[in-house]
Design a protein around this ligand. Structure first.
Ligand SMILES: [Zn+2]
Length: 285
């Protein structure tokens, strides 16, 4: 079996990683490997900065970047899809007990066009301070045009403000160095602040789907953590998991028709085998 030596960004294990799948779409091509220790999946070798930037600067929200239909961002960011996305935001925040009253400042890390900030404006109490940042200059320009207070990613380390809630919706799996990002964000937390992560979860369902698992995206998704992977990363960063849930069976409704999809999604949540995980991280006491 093909192997590569690399450090697992999640659990830190340095042993060889076994080949898992090769995913290609047009000129994007990535090989996925699996950590034998924690089961997280990672692209090896890591895509270059140039390769990554090219994907997000090239009209990201209106292009298709991957072979799987389930996670097409053209649908996700469409105006008519907003109610679905907003309902998901509300349910996820409730699931991990994010309290409206205690949340007075929010940073959305990887804010894209500001879709989550748009949700926050009505969901949280008036006066809640809302900020966003993103890697993509195009997306930041769109977010600014939409009226949001956003700053470039490279300026994040200069921000002195502390936040009650820092959110990463479908972001940490796009990041080359999750420990470095969490270390930076940890410093930006208010004393009782929380980091919220939503990210695919490598595990049972991902294994069942094999190379058809919709989260294995070339170049864009770089690392897909297992539950153990996020637990180990939190521990290594001096963070504690405050709340943890999984949901979704990910299969798009085009693959699994209703009512089966609804039932399957509910089961995935109840039995904790969903392939999306949401969690909040707090500073370790
Ligand atoms: Zn690992």
């Amino acid at each position: 079996m093909k192997q590569k030596i690399a450090k697992c960004a999640w659990c830190g294990n340095k042993g060889p990683k076994n080949f898992h799948a090769r995913i290609s779409w047009e000129n994007l091509d990535s090989s996925w490997y699996k950590c034998a220790k924690c089961g997280s999946l990672m692209i090896l070798p890591l895509p270059s900065k140039k390769e990554i930037t090219k994907v997000y600067e090239n009209d990201y929200l209106t292009q298709r970047h991957q072979p799987h239909p389930g996670v097409d961002c053209r649908i996700r960011y469409a105006k008519e899809y907003r109610p679905t996305v907003f309902a998901e935001y509300a349910l996820s925040l409730e699931d991990v007990h994010v309290k409206k009253k205690e949340t007075k400042s929010i940073l959305d890390f990887g804010c894209a066009d500001g879709v989550f900030l748009e949700f926050c404006k009505d969901y949280f109490n008036p006066g809640t301070k809302l900020y966003g940042t993103d890697l993509s200059k195009d997306l930041l320009a769109q977010a600014r045009k939409n009226g949001w207070n956003v700053f470039p990613l490279e300026e994040t380390s200069k921000v002195t403000m502390k936040f009650d809630l820092i959110t990463l919706w479908d972001v940490i799996e796009h990041v080359k160095d999750p420990p470095a990002v969490l270390a930076m964000l940890k410093k930006m937390l208010a004393p009782k602040g929380r980091i919220f992560l939503e990210t695919p979860r490598a595990g049972l369902l991902g294994e069942l789907y094999g190379d058809k698992w919709p989260h294995l995206l070339p170049v864009q998704h770089i690392g897909l953590a297992s539950k153990e992977g996020v637990e180990k990363l939190a521990e290594r960063m001096g963070l504690a998991i405050d709340s943890y849930r999984t949901f979704g069976a990910n299969a798009p409704s085009s693959h699994v028709p209703q009512p089966y999809k609804g039932v399957f999604d509910k089961l995935a949540k109840k039995l904790e085998f969903g392939d999306v995980q949401i969690l909040t991280l707090v500073q370790k006491k």
